[in-house]
Design a protein around this ligand. Structure first.
Ligand code: HEM
Length: 216
């Protein structure tokens, strides 16, 4: 068997990065919509949580998603500018090229770091406080987790939206002529997710307010 060339290895790793990224993007899109159901009614969200626990989906998804996050980060990390010299060169090239897509990549590096660390704390805090219930989420927000979501929610949405756009460009789903259209569309979808997530967190916060007042 002939050994693979460095280009073949790189394109295989790129493929795994895109595939794991697509799986995570799908997860986050579904997760935020399911969580967003609290805006309609906390009863619906509690029911979704109950089903997910009964069929062991939450228990299986939690470690699996964390593993995929670590794998995705590990594959992507080979291109990240960790050293000061690399970062300087990156900024220089990005300025010289004046290319928006190059700058978007830096946003990916920063948000990826927030997600990698944040996802562990988030999943741990939720899974050690089962069952999945809106009242429990509400108490967590009042214990200080609301500050965490102010950073975590936009980081997840930005990273997912930009990631989907970059996969589209790289694998030819988004042609050069349609880039502007897809950029706008993805910004609108990201805005909608941010609005939904913010409304969900606000609603859960007020549920917590009512619970605290009821026991006082
Ligand atoms: C599979 C295991 C997971 C479970 C069971 C879970 C469950 C929950 C729950 C119950 C909340 C409501 C807030 C709270 O209770 O603290 C929430 C919010 C959130 N989760 Fe997760 N989560 C999981 C994984 C993840 C992962 C891996 C990410 C991102 C990488 C993520 C991103 C978010 C975000 C951004 C919010 C805030 C937005 C909102 O409430 O709509 N979650 N999650």
């Amino acid at each position: 068997m002939t050994p693979r060339s460095p280009q073949q290895v790189a394109s295989r790793l790129d493929f795994w990065q895109a595939l794991s990224g697509a799986v995570l993007a799908l997860f986050i899109c579904v997760h935020l919509v399911l969580e967003g159901s609290v805006v309609l009614s906390p009863k619906i969200t509690d029911w979704i949580g109950w089903i997910m626990e009964e069929v062991y989906l939450a228990q299986v998804a939690a470690p699996l998603i964390l593993l995929i996050i670590v794998f995705h980060f590990w594959v992507a990390a080979r291109k990240m500018p960790f050293r000061a010299g690399e970062l300087r060169i990156y900024f220089q090239h990005s300025r010289e090229l004046g290319d928006a897509d190059t700058s978007l990549w830096l946003v990916q590096v920063v948000t990826a770091t927030i997600i990698l660390v944040g996802a562990f704390f988030h999943v741990y805090s939720v899974m050690v406080d089962m069952p999945l219930e809106v009242d429990k989420s509400a108490m967590r927000l009042h214990e200080g987790w609301v500050v965490f979501y102010v950073f975590f929610l936009p980081a997840c949405i930005l990273h997912t939206g930009i990631g989907v756009y970059r996969i589209g460009v790289k694998y030819g789903f988004i042609s050069k002529a349609r880039r502007e259209f897809w950029r706008k569309t993805i910004w609108i979808v990201m805005g909608a997710y941010l609005l939904l997530g913010t409304c969900a967190i606000t609603r859960v916060w007020f549920i917590g307010d009512a619970l605290i007042q009821a026991v006082q």
